[in-house]
Design a protein around this ligand. Structure first.
Ligand code: ARG
Length: 460
């Protein structure tokens, strides 16, 4: 097969449909830089191992720099024989520098090469894009929470009004999901940063290249421990895709809250024009499309994770072409995650909270628990207090008035433990201020969790 790196033993040509089906250059060209970086390190290593003269090594380094320049200036011309990024770069290098280029692949296989490139690429995008964007979003959430500490809103369980909470407390509850996601990202990145180069096709490297030196050169944290494992392992991608689907799930829930809060019926928040769209038919509409897409992307992230696990499942030992399926899924999840992170950050930093409406939708029913706690403070066992409070709620309902309009006699008819200080219960502010224990919705407790998140974020 002419022009093919592996053409030696072939006599027949590859079917054009097969050629197209087999090629990954259309998408793995995104890793051109990491592929060149890996090759530069490998050239250094095989020079040190005595396989290249100093002259040859230097030609390869210069040649690879030139290939990089061609990619970056958009002048790299693909040839039909360029099956993937590895063959394309090597083909071009050899065109540029001749014989020395043909020595670069000594002891190396595309199997350890692709694993190295993908790990480098993922590490880079985590460091330059994903981690900074996550941190920015978390910071946006903390800053808002800090600035709007005094705003109260209804807290919900089962989407039914439950107890009053601070708006900041709700906001931070989503922030903590993301904080844990950021920690997970750092932890999985440790596992991404193991260097498989020097594993060859499967058996290892026969020219005693210094794998630790190679790993250090590429700024990996260590070397993979088994060559057969190294070329068959895609778990670091699965882990990343799982991470993206978990983050996607968290975003879908945050988006859902905001979508509900922004409906005119709730009216607690208004999503900025910049993240809304109109209707082509109904002039009054303001649709939260940005948030809806963020919610919908959760399906794609999960699909990509399941898709790769499905592709890997049942593959026999070491490398199989099934693994080439990893990259489009990985790139898709990374690209979409970057998009979601940007839009979420933008939508959250620009939305406005309607503080009057937040107050308006607080209802006395949400203080029924406080009525029970009042009785608990009069030494009535909670179970009984809960029951008595229920009776107060029912009495108010039967009289068609809010609880605060009941007379002291009404209260006393339910329990003699009620005194005239029962009126102190009708303050939402006093209600939230009871929850002073760590993690609660009292002002000081929310301020403390914001502080804690700032500390954790600056440590990570
Ligand atoms: N394009 C291939 C991939 O992404 C590179 C490795 C090919 N190796 C092989 N033995 N055919 O997996």
């Amino acid at each position: 097969e002419k022009g093919k790196l592996w053409g030696g033993r072939f006599t027949g040509a590859v079917d054009p449909d097969m050629e197209k089906f087999n090629a990954s250059i259309g998408y793995d060209r995104r890793m051109y830089k990491q592929d060149i970086q890996g090759s530069k390190a490998y050239a250094k290593a095989i020079h040190k191992a005595g396989l290249l003269t100093a002259e040859e090594e230097s030609q390869i380094q210069t040649g690879l720099d030139q290939v990089l320049t061609e990619w970056e200036s958009g002048t790299f011309t693909l040839q039909p024989s360029d099956e993937d990024i590895h063959t394309a770069n090597e083909r071009r290098l050899t065109e540029l520098i001749g014989q020395a280029g043909a020595k670069l692949h000594t002891g190396r296989s595309r199997n350890d090469q692709v694993a190295t490139d993908t790990r480098l690429w993922l590490r880079d995008v985590i460091g330059t894009e994903l981690r900074p964007l996550m941190r920015q979003l978390i910071t946006t959430i903390m800053d808002r929470a800090e600035a709007e500490l005094d705003l109260l809103m209804p807290g919900f369980t089962h989407l039914q009004p439950a107890q009053p909470v601070r708006w900041s407390h709700w906001l931070m509850s989503h922030g903590w999901f993301l904080m844990a996601d950021l920690t997970r990202l750092s932890q999985l990145c440790e596992r991404v940063q193991q260097c498989p180069l020097g594993s060859g096709a499967l058996a290892g490297n026969p020219f005693s290249v210094d794998r630790h030196q190679l790993a250090a050169e590429l700024e990996f944290r260590g070397v993979t421990p088994n060559s057969m494992h190294a070329v068959s392992d895609r778990d670091y991608i699965v882990e990343f895709l799982f991470w993206a689907s978990l983050v996607g799930t968290h975003f879908s829930r945050l988006a859902e809250d905001l979508i509900i809060f922004s409906t005119p019926t709730f009216g607690l928040v208004r999503i900025a024009d910049a993240y809304s769209t109109g209707s082509s038919l109904m002039p009054q509409k303001r649709n939260p499309d940005g948030l809806e897409l963020a919610r919908g992307k959760a399906g794609r992230f999960l699909g990509n994770c399941v898709g790769l696990m499905g592709a890997i499942k049942g593959t026999p030992s070491t490398y199989n072409k099934d693994f080439q399926e990893d990259k489009e899924l990985l790139f898709d999840s990374v690209d979409n995650m970057i998009g979601v992170l940007r839009v979420m950050t933008g939508a959250i930093s620009t939305l406005t909270v309607d503080s009057d409406r937040c107050k308006q939708v607080l209802s006395e029913g949400m203080l029924a628990t406080d009525v029970a706690y009042y009785l608990v403070r009069q030494n009535i066992p909670f179970r009984e207090a809960h029951n008595l409070s229920g009776k107060v709620v029912a009495l108010a309902e039967s009289k068609g008035v809010p609880m605060s309009q009941l007379t002291l006699d009404d209260f006393k008819s339910v329990s003699p433990a009620f005194g005239d200080d029962v009126t102190t219960l009708w303050s939402y502010e006093a209600s939230v201020e009871q929850y002073r224990a760590d993690g609660g919705t009292a002002r000081a407790a929310v301020a403390a969790q914001i502080e804690r998140m700032r500390t954790e974020l600056s440590a990570g």
